[in-house]
Each structure stands twice: as structure tokens, then as C-alpha cells.
Design a protein. Structure first.
Length: 548
């Protein structure tokens, strides 16, 4: 016998011994199940067919590491999660119980599967691997599932341990009417899903709020803004640090979104991996910096984004470019969540979708990110002097407003702003409050908000007869348009915040109704803008529809 033959015999003996040992301690060794092994990149892969064995611990699902699996009729996926009481609650040992958050998404399912449910069963009893019905169960609905498993804690003076060591989970396809498991003869089509277990939080989440607002659109672009993201900031030495990668937008066609909403309305996995037209996640250099090229110059299909102060709060804005005219789109906002060590690249939050439509003509042009009128973020009458240059158009509007403000700024310097409260014009308002109110007001009245839709709340403007002569001379709109008038609340704020020396006054409904509705309007409780507001929106009063 040669040396190589001898080595081969030894190898075979060792392999047989290891296989026998593994069969003794592996609870899945002789079960007709499919096991999942988490891969290095965070997602899992199916590495074990029925009856196969391996010395790798392939039956485990790990903390904050979702499993990716494909399942068909007659197949059963089984997992075990090892409980670590000391790791629960991001390192704070629990006092009474360990919570295990189960969550998951359906990424893909066959069409016409309304009579089939993807169900999970979970228990601390290993017998669930043979008889899933002894455990608790939960069903994926709208592409989403969440469940909670609770293990009591045994505490001592030195440590805390869970009463149970493992949580066992089984998934399979069942008939939604009979609740009986499907056979391989019932369906051969694949369902793809992701499942996670964590002792700290739901890895997959959804929020009923849209949490994103459509600020305005024009013929080929749209501007969306999140809600206030101040709570998401990290504070260092009184400085707030915001992470622009926290939120992302996925844009779908109306038709594809309708298909998505049928089965995956709550599935983050389906939204991120579905046939979206464009996303900020896919946009190279999506984050806009102060030193970068203006996003207004983009015409490709992209979503640049930026953290900015808007409407009295900090938000993240998404500028969607390269869209088709007269087209309805659907946008989904997603948010990364923390796994204790920072933002996680897996899981996250899916918010409710929002709809928006682009305009049919280039009568109105969307501008934002102005230097002086920083809260201007809407469509304005397109300038005939800069049809293909939004940046120049935005600068022209901004310079008009700044020039109108300059004379007032000089007059405000004559007011005793630094006087004692007894000598000041107001015990609660300052000249800074007055300056801000006047700036917002002058930006709104000198930069008209444009619409191509007729409404009882809007005023039709001939392209040669605008609100003021500055627009006729320096803008010269391309076409007639409808102006969304400034909100009367801005005038009220101006009168309230500024010294009486200026004699500011607002038109009253009782005495000057015609003047009021030729200059301003009220903010109504509708699904579209009835007036244009710039500044801190918390100061705005919302009126019912009949209160005019």
C-alpha cells in the first residue's frame, strides 16, 4: 500500500467517525427539512436538502442576520435561534424576561396565490420540528410578518440566564382555508422570503404614515421632503450630526405599484428589489453637498438628496429628475435602523406610499435651495430668459426678493433692537423675529407659486400681467399660469412680529374681502395647496372648507 492509499483510508475513517458524531448531536440530522446558513454578506442561502448532513451549524439563525429562503409546497424550513440573555436589550441584562422579535418579508410570490398562506410556527420546545402545530403561529399578511416570543429569566447575583436555551422556528406553505400544509403536488412555484430574529428590535418594520410630503412637481421633476428628522440626529458638543444615508426613496410607475400593493404592500424586501424606476439608493453621489453642482442642473433619471432646514424644522429632501411629462408615479420612503452598533445594512422601515403627477407643459418650473429665500421649494412661472437653465432662473427670483428686502433691512436698523425689554417694541418679539417674518413674506409675494390647474382658490395670470413689474421685466413668463396666492397667515405673522412703526396691516374679510382674495388666501383642509406658505408651518392656521 502506497503512502497516498494509506492517507486516503485514514481520511475515510475520520469522515465516517465525524459524520456519526454529528448525527448524535444534530437535532435535524434525520428530519426531512431544509436548513439555512447565513452567508458572509448578511443574507442566507439554502445549503441543505432533505436528509443531508453537515458538520457546519447550518440550522442556526443569528441575531440581526436575516435568512433568505425559497420555499415550495411540501417543503418545510426549520431554524434554531440561540438565546443570549446578556445580549438582550443592547447589552442590558433583562430582569424578568427575554423578548425575541420575529419579523420577515415576502420578497416574491406566485400570482394568483390568494388561497395560500406562508405561515411560521415557533416554540421553545424542540418537538415543534416534527409537529409545528404545537407552537404559536403567525401568517405573512401583505408581505409582512411580526411576532414576539418571550422567555422568562432566571436571575442570580452574578448573571441572568434565559429559562430556555433555544427558540425553534418552522415555516411552510399552508392552505388558507383548511390550514393544512401544502403538498408538493399542490404547487411547485417558489416563494421567496426573508426572516429574522433579534433580542433587541424588529429587523423588518413598517409605518402607516407616509412620512414624506410631495412639495411640488413640474414637467420632468418632483421634490419630496421627509418629516422632521431632528430626533434622528446625533449630538456632539451641542452640534447635531445628520446621516443623509438614513432615508431612501424608491419610485415606481403607477401600474407596477398597483401590482406591488396587491401582495407586498408592507414588504420592504419587495419594494427595494422590485421593478422600481429609480431610487436614491441607486443614484451615484446622491447626497448633495454645498460644494457640489446644483441638483437643478440634473436631467437624468436620478434622485439626489440633501439634509436641509425647511418650514421651521430639519428634513431630508429628495429631488427626482428625468421623469416623463403627464405621468403618475408612486414613491416609497424607507429608513435604516440601528442594530446597536450603528445603522444596519439589513432590514429597516417601510413607510406608506405617496402619489405624485408631473405636469403636461413647461409653464411651471420647480426650484429650491435658494440662497436668500431658503424655504422656497415649489414650482414658479418658467422664465423665457432661462428656459433650459433652472439654476439661473432660481438665482434671478432669489435676487429679486433679496433686492426688495434690502430697503426694509436698512429701516429695521433704526429700531432699538438691543434696548432693554422695558424700552423694546415688544417684550416677547425681537428684531430678528421681525426680519425673518418680513423675509418669508417678501419671498412669497415676489416669487409666485405656479400651477397649471384651475381652482377657485387660484388666480389666473396673463404672462404679461404678473403680480409685480419685476416679474414682467426680469422673468417674462413663458405662458399664462395660475398663481397659488400667499397664505394670509404670513401677513398676520408680519404684523405680530414687527414694530408698529412700520404700520403693517392685513386686509380683513369683513371690510376688504375683494382685496383679501386678490392678494392672499386661507390654508384649507384639502388634499392640495389652497395657498402658498413659507416659514414655520407650525404657526399656520388650517381652516375648514366652508370657513372663507
Amino acid at each position: 500500500m502506497t503512502v497516498w492509499q494509506l492517507l486516503f483510508v485514514v481520511y475515510c475513517l475520520l469522515a465516517t467517525t465525524i459524520q456519526g458524531i454529528f448525527q448524535d448531536f444534530n437535532p435535524f440530522a434525520n428530519k426531512n427539512i431544509s436548513l439555512k446558513f447565513p452567508s458572509i454578506n448578511g443574507w442566507g442561502k439554502n445549503i441543505m436538502a432533505a436528509g443531508q448532513k453537515t458538520i457546519i451549524n447550518s440550522d442556526s439563525i443569528y441575531e440581526w442576520t436575516p435568512i433568505l429562503s425559497n420555499i415550495t409546497g411540501g417543503k418545510k424550513d426549520s431554524f434554531v435561534f440561540t438565546i443570549d440573555a446578556e445580549a438582550s436589550g443592547y447589552g442590558f441584562a433583562p430582569t424578568y424576561e427575554v423578548l425575541m422579535f420575529i419579523s420577515g418579508n415576502i420578497c416574491h410570490m406566485p400570482a394568483n396565490s390568494s388561497d395560500i398562506d406562508l405561515t411560521i410556527y415557533y416554540s421553545f420546545n424542540e418537538s415543534i420540528l416534527d409537529n409545528p402545530n404545537i407552537g404559536q403561529s403567525a401568517v405573512f399578511q401583505d408581505g409582512y410578518i411580526q411576532a414576539l416570543a418571550i422567555s422568562p429569566v432566571q436571575s442570580s447575583s452574578s448573571n441572568a440566564t434565559s429559562t430556555y436555551s433555544n427558540l425553534y422556528v418552522v415555516t411552510e406553505l399552508v392552505n388558507s382555508t383548511t390550514n393544512e400544509p401544502l403538498l408538493s403536488s399542490d404547487t411547485s412555484e417558489n416563494w421567496e422570503y426573508r426572516l429574522s430574529i433579534s433580542e433587541n428590535d424588529l429587523v423588518f418594520q413598517w409605518d402607516v404614515r407616509p412620512w414624506v410630503e410631495v412639495l411640488d412637481t413640474d414637467m420632468n421633476s418632483a421634490l419630496l421632503s421627509t418629516g422632521n428628522v431632528t430626533a434622528d440626529a446625533k449630538v456632539y458638543h451641542n452640534y447635531s450630526i445628520y446621516d443623509p444615508s438614513l432615508y431612501d426613496i424608491y419610485v415606481y410607475s403607477y401600474e407596477d405599484s398597483a401590482l406591488l400593493s396587491q401582495n407586498y404592500n408592507l414588504s420592504l424586501c419587495a419594494v427595494k428589489n422590485g421593478p422600481h424606476i429609480v431610487s436614491s439608493q441607486d443614484t451615484p453621489n446622491a447626497t448633495v453637498t454645498s460644494n457640489g453642482t446644483s441638483p437643478l442642473e440634473r436631467s437624468d433619471l436620478a434622485i439626489p438628496k440633501k439634509i436641509t432646514e425647511y418650514g421651521g424644522s430639519v428634513t431630508e429632501m429628495f429631488y427626482i429628475t428625468g421623469l416623463n411629462a403627464s405621468t403618475t408615479y408612486v414613491a416609497y420612503l424607507t429608513k435604516k435602523i440601528s442594530n446597536g452598533d450603528g445603522l444596519s445594512s439589513v432590514g429597516g422601515i417601510l413607510f406608506s406610499s405617496v402619489y405624485f403627477s408631473t405636469r403636461s407643459t413647461n409653464t411651471c418650473s420647480l426650484i429650491f435651495d435658494l440662497d436668500f429665500c431658503g424655504d422656497v421649494a415649489y414650482s414658479v412661472p418658467a422664465s423665457s430668459f432661462s428656459v433650459n437653465n433652472k439654476t439661473l432662473m432660481a438665482q434671478t427670483y432669489d435676487h429679486i426678493a433679496e433686492a426688495l428686502y434690502s430697503n426694509f433691512s436698512k429701516a429695521l436698523q433704526l429700531i432699538s433692537c438691543d434696548a432693554d425689554k422695558d424700552a423694546s417694541y415688544s417684550p416677547i418679539m425681537s428684531c430678528g423675529d421681525c426680519a425673518e417674518a418680513y423675509r418669508d413674506w417678501v419671498c412669497a409675494v415676489s416669487i409666485p407659486r405656479c400651477s397649471t390647474t384651475s381652482s377657485q382658490y387660484y388666480i389666473h395670470r396673463d404672462k404679461t400681467h404678473n403680480r409685480n413689474d419685476y416679474l414682467n421685466k426680469f422673468i417674462k413668463p413663458l405662458d399664462d399660469y395660475y398663481e397659488i396666492l400667499p397664505c394670509i397667515d404670513m401677513c398676520y405673522t408680519l404684523v405680530r412680529n414687527c414694530p408698529s412703526d412700520f404700520d403693517f396691516a392685513c386686509p380683513e374679510y369683513e371690510t376688504t374681502e375683494d382685496l383679501l382674495y386678490q392678494s392672499y388666501n386661507y390654508y384649507m383642509d384639502t388634499d392640495y395647496a389652497t395657498c402658498n406658505y413659507i416659514g414655520n408651518s407650525s404657526l399656520m392656521e388650517i381652516h375648514p372648507m366652508d370657513d372663507t
